[in-house]
Design a protein. Sequence first.
Length: 494
Amino acid sequence: MDAKRHFWVDYLACLIFGAVIVPLYRFWRGYLYFDAVDVFMSVAILAGVHVVCFMGLRLFLKEKKKRVSFLYCVWGIFWFTIPVMGKFVPLLGLFYDYRWFLVAFFSVVVGSGILVLMRNRRLFFCESRVIGMWVYMLFVLLLLQLCRRAFFCCDRDETIATDRCGGSNSRYPNIYHILLDAHPNQKGLELFGGDLKPFYGKLEKLGFITYPRSKSSYSLTSVSVPAMWFMDAEVHKCVNCDSGVARTMVERGYALRVYLSSNVLNPVYHSGLKYRGVKFNCLLDTFVQLCAKTVCVMLLDRWTVGFHKRCHRFVLSALEYGCREYGFFGNFFYGHILSPHPPLVYSDEKNLSYTTDLDAWSRNISVSEYAKPVCENVYRIDNLVLKTVETILDQYKNNIAKPIIVLHSDHGIVRGCCNIGIYPNATEDTVYGNLFAIYMPDEWKEDAKGLKFINLYRFIFNHLFGTNYEYLPDVRKNEDGSIFKKKTLPPSEQ
C-alpha cells in the first residue's frame, strides 16, 4: 500500500513538472496577458500528452517507476531545449515550421539514451523522489507568487513597468510610437473595397498630419522595422540599442519603453533593448494552429482569438497610462501590435483567424474572399487605436508639455514584393503602402507637408534636438536591400 501511494505521489510530481510548471511560470511572468482559461487550456493539452505517453510506454517499459523516470528526462530535456532552439531557429531553414516536433523528437531520443544508462533500479527510486520534492516546492512557490500578484498588484500599470535602455532624466516631451503591423495606406485598402478617409479625418481633427499615400521602403517586418530604427533604407539584422533612434534618444536622456503584442515579433528586437514581449508558449501556439482547422476548431480558435485581442489591448493600455507611471517628459513609448496583420482576429467571419495564416499572404489572395474580413480587421483595430490616442491626449490637456505621437505600419496588407506586376491584387500600394500619421507641435507642420516616412525620425530629431540629419530619397527595396523593379509577365503568360 505504501509503495503504491509513493508511486502516485511521484507520478503526480512528474505530471506537474511536465504539464503545469511551465504554463504556470509563463502565467506568472506574463500576468495580465493571460487569464485562467489560457492556463487551463495549456495545462489540459500538456496533461493529455503526458497521460497518453505514460500509458503508451507500457509497451516498452513495464515498470511504472521507469516510465516516470523516462518522462522526467523527456520533459526536462524538452523544456530546456526550447530556449536553446530559439538561438538556432534561423539555421533550420525549411524545418522552421516543424521545429517543435524536432525538439520533441530530440527529447525522446536523448531521454531514451539516459534511460539505457540508468539501469540501477535504486537509482530510479532516488532520482524520482529527489526531483519530486523539488517539483512540489517549486509548484508551491509559484502559487504563492501568483497569489501575491493577484492580491497585491492591483495596479495594472505596475505589472508592466520596467526600465529600458537609458533612464528617464530628460526634459524633452514624451514620444509615442504605435506600429500597426501590415496596416495599408488609403489606396491599398481601396482594392479590398475599404475606405480609410473617415479614419484619417478623425486623426486630423485630433491634430494629426496624415499621409494617405505613404509607402515603406520594405515589404517585410524583419527588414522594414530595423531600417526605421536605424533611420535609413539599409538591411539590418534587428533593432538594438545601437540603432540611430535608440542611440540618439538615450543620449538626450530618454528611457525606451518597448511593448510587443506577440512572440512572433521577438526576433526583430534584440534582447539588449530589454523589451517586454508576450511570453506565450510557442509550442502551444503551434499546436493551436495545427488543430484549429480540425476537431478543435470552435474551442481552440475562440481561445486563440481572445488571447490575441488581450495582447493588443495590453500594449495599448501600457501606452495609454505610461505617463501616469513615468511622467510627461523623457519617455519613448513604443508599441508594436500584430494587427491588422493575420490572424484576422477582429473579423466576424467564422474560423478565419487561422485559415488566413501567414503563408496565405505570400500567395495570390482572392479579393472577393478576403475583402470583408480584411476591412473589418482594419476598421476595428483603428477604432481601438483612436481611443488610445484620445486617452493620451486627454492626459496632456492641462500640461505645458505636449506629446509627439507617431502612427505607422511597416508594410502593406499584401505580402510579397515579388508578386507585384504578376497578380492583380499585388501592387506597390497593397504591398508597400503603409499607415503614416504624426501628431507634432504646430510650428513643425509647415515643414512636414512633404514628409516621407523614410525621414520620420530625421525630421523629429532635427526639429526637437536641433540635429542636422540629411533627408534621404524615398525608395522601394527588395528584401536583400536592392532597388525594387516591377516585374511584368510576357503576353503569353498574362
